[in-house]
Design a protein around this ligand. Sequence first.
Ligand code: PNS
Length: 168
Amino acid sequence: MRRAVCPGSFDPIHNGHLEVIARASGLFDEVIVAVSTNYAKKYRFTLAERLDMARTTLSALSGIIVEPMGDGLLSDFCHERGASAIVKGLRSSSDFDYELPMATMNRQLSGVETVFLPGESRYLHLSSTLIKEVANLGGDVNDYVPRAVFRRLRGGPDTHPTPVVPRK
Ligand code: PNS
């Protein structure tokens, strides 16, 4: 079983992520989408929301599971799951400069390799940060995010589910 991990904040998951995850699943028997928590980071969505958006979006694809990564080392997470590779998409040379030291560190820590997939050209400008900014300012991000994310960015019904209060 060749298993890979696609790690990220996924705050929120977008079409650039999905494209890389789908390609990773063509290369490995199983892909774990690992949704990270970094307590130094401020997220727009809670971990539960980020997991839910990723699970809803990826549920139709086989061989992909979505899990919380926790707040520990990615190399430990990979080792514990028996994953031989981390898969990351690259949008630019600055992505590569940022990722290379982490890839080397992860390999030295646990032997896990990092596989870089060149990003698909129509998604190279996408980042969760940019998508949130455009959506916040009223721009249309429909072409860039899956439906479950679009609804939440618009503050749709599943963003703040109404608690079911039992009638007296
Ligand atoms: O989507 P992001 O925020 O760019 O994802 C970053 C992520 C989760 C891949 C990165 O922060 C990470 O690897 N975190 C785990 C902590 C860790 O292992 N740090 C050492 C890296 S060598």
